[in-house]
Ligand binder design. Structure first.
Ligand code: NDP
Length: 239
């Protein structure tokens, strides 16, 4: 059955692959984008694109109103939007820290809180948060990012307990290194160093993350909640 699905930050990278996976599934998909224009491939796939900066609670409210009007209440939420502002602690400004937390963690809180309203009424819902292997493994120069991504695990597990009786599941996908704009910013030397640590010996393609997300939102995952699913080529084994 076609569900109302929302993917934040769905205009590029991992979010775009997730949106396409749900659209291929026959779901009614909406994405949020913050800047630029949504890619044509989404328009052609019938995906609704809504401009929304998740650091602004008013924009989140407006986005939900538009999606609810066109697709009905959100039944599957994928909180994917995220940023990095890498810096060694000594040089990390307060703004470097708080802006990453405000987007990755508090931004996720804003979209999850708003989705919860409709899910409670429907007495069902699926929420998937996109964390990172770095959240549990740590990463020099990414204390802000790792803290925000680790925070998502505690957030999801608390909500899994709080809302399990309402038939709403909360799961976390923790990707390793994925070939997107975010990792294109790394130098060739950094990329080689990362790949040498990955048992599968390569970066992930965004579609490989999307497959895990689609599974967690499917009927096959009806008894999975509070889980952290690594999709990292074995990089974080043991965490
Ligand atoms: P990209 O940088 O390619 O895309 C990030 C997306 O988030 C863009 O759509 C961007 O919008 C959106 N976004 C950023 N800030 C905001 C905001 N304030 N409000 C709304 N949207 C926003 O990243 P990836 O596709 O690589 O990453 C997607 C998610 O996966 C992130 O949460 C990231 O942390 C996580 N991840 C990525 C990994 C990787 O190796 N690439 C590994 C592990 C996790 P805009 O286009 O306007 O900038």
């Amino acid at each position: 059955m076609s569900r109302s699905v929302l993917v934040t930050g769905g205009n590029r990278g991992i979010g775009l692959a997730i949106a396409r996976a749900f659209a291929d599934n026959g779901d009614q998909v909406a994405i949020t984008y913050r800047s630029g224009e949504p890619p044509q491939v989404l328009t052609e796939a019938g995906v609704l694109a809504v401009r929304c900066d998740i650091t602004d609670v008013e924009q989140v409210e407006q986005a939900y109103k538009e999606i609810e009007e066109k697709h009905g209440p959100v039944e599957v939420l994928v909180a994917n939007a995220g940023i990095t502002k890498d810096q060694l602690l000594m040089r990390m400004s307060e703004e470097d820290f708080t802006s990453v937390l405000d987007t990755n963690l508090t931004g996720t809180f804003r979209v999850v809180k708003r989705a919860n309203r409709g899910m409670l009424r429907a007495k069902k819902g699926r929420v998937v948060l996109i964390s990172s292997v770095v959240g549990l493994l740590g990463s020099a120069g990414q204390a802000n990012y790792a803290a925000s991504k680790a925070g998502l695990v505690g957030f999801a597990r608390s909500l899994a307990r709080e809302l399990g009786s309402r038939n709403i599941t909360f799961n976390v996908v923790a990707p390793g290194f994925v070939d997107t704009d975010m990792t294109q910013a790394l130098t060739e030397e950094q990329r080689k160093g990362i790949v040498s640590q990955v048992p599968l010996g390569r970066y992930a393609q965004p579609e490989e993350i999307a497959a895990a997300v689609r599974f967690l939102a499917s009927d096959d995952a009806s008894y999975i909640t509070g889980a952290v699913i690594p999709v990292d080529g074995g990089l974080g084994m043991g965490h």
